[in-house]
Design a protein around this ligand. Sequence first.
Ligand code: ATP
Length: 521
Amino acid sequence: MHIAALVDGKTVRLECGPRLKIDGRLSVPSELVLDCTVEGAVLTIKALAPHGGIFSCMLRDKTRKVTDEQWRNRTGCSLLKSLELVTVRAHVAQDDAAAAAAFRDTLLKHAYPGGQRRRRILVVCNPIGGRGQGSEQLESHVVPLLEAAGCTVDVRKTERRLHARDIGLELDVSRFDAAICVGGDGTMHELVNGIASREDAVEALRLPLVPVPCGSGNGLYVSLFGVAPGFSVPLACLAAVKGRDKPHEMCVVTQPKALFREWDSMIYRTMGTGANGQEYVQYYSFLSQAIGLMADIDLGTEDWRFIGDLRFSIGYVFGAVRNLPCLIDIDVYIGDAGSVDLQQMSTAPRGGGPIGHPQLRHGSVVDEIERATDLDLDSPHPVPNAWQRVAVQTSSLYAGKLPFVARTLMAFPYASSGDGAVDVVIQKSDSSVIGKLGAVAAGEDGKHIFDPTIRYFKAEAVRITPNMSHKGSHYLSVDGEMVPYGPIQVEACPLCVHLLTLDDDASGGIGTYARPEPRGG
Ligand SMILES: Nc1ncnc2c1ncn2[C@@H]1O[C@H](COP(=O)(O)OP(=O)(O)OP(=O)(O)O)[C@@H](O)[C@H]1O
């Protein structure tokens, strides 16, 4: 479909189909088109396109272009870092009014093949996340872009810690088609836990969520959109406008209620009582749980927020040089869903697990566990269907459900949204400072899992019991948020969050980037 029209006094040819082309100005896949309207003689197109660059006026071909190949490989395309909202107004001759309307219809058909347009979007914005740019990004990019796509936008700014949780608790989910968090993983953690604490959690969590990267680590965002496009606010907003919904199973976390006594307010709402009458607190994690070095570099560098995610790299170097052991007992239930074999882990189904009510298949943290033999990760076979103590001295334990925890660390390359297991990375304490630095350098593309000082496996459940004499020198974090230092149990559960992605394949897992091939067959 094509049409001739006047843009800035020049006659140009407008073409649309799978691509939108405007002679000499714009050439992008229709997926990047947000809206097209015809009012009187004016045809208006709103789309995302790469920034022209400050020297673009000196270039012969000034077309702002994203090729089909670049769009297909978008998780590896750094050009998308400069995506921005572009508005093109074209004047069509009176005789061409019908052709302009047909052009609009064709363009919108290609721009929204799934049909749903003009979503009603809740925006939860943390103004102090990351480098404190949430409010600026909200006003300069998020709201204008969503409105350009014809969406209805309801903005709630968080005014205090746990405000996002309270929004989730009280939200009328029927009023929205999607919710976005302008902030980091912590804001999403609070919102998700608010929704997950409700009686109607399974249904309410069907509200699709999108992270807009204005935090520090933004692990959820990077796991959805890849590293190369950078922290692209427009790309995340595009997913909110037209993304597909994918379920992602979470971990249910339990900790003894007694640990929360010294906390000023009860963060999580759900309580339970173990077989021995001890009470526990239950909450959910969509991303990661960490203790030792990896938690310390996140929570121990909060004062360095102004340098963005560079704080994690610098914090890691400091932590590696201090090389503190982290005295913890680790019990794992590998089970049928888990594995200690990298080859098998690499072929775990990436998506599509069962969705349902949270379960504690392996009990809570306050329950006694019966252990079989210890698990020796250096010669692990055969693994019984039972709890096992992991015989290893650690400097850090990191567990998680998504590949990336930050753009510099694909911590769990074989993580899956629907395999019923949590991925675990243990860094042995007998590794040297140089060994630790080498391991994290390899972590950018997930190859740290082959490092001799690292052990990587999948388990149905993990219990960590820290030596409390280390309270004060280490942190415990869940989704990057500080939680009370003390015993914690984590298991993969069928309670899912629904995430909007730009992935083409609705059935596959989250993220289309390359993961490392297991070595040695
Ligand atoms: N108005 C506010 N004042 C103080 N704290 C707030 C406010 N709004 C939110 N918070 C808190 O800010 C913390 C950090 O939020 P967030 O996760 O969005 O950013 P981040 O920690 O920089 O990013 P990431 O988690 O990706 O590393 C959360 O613990 C949240 O409770």
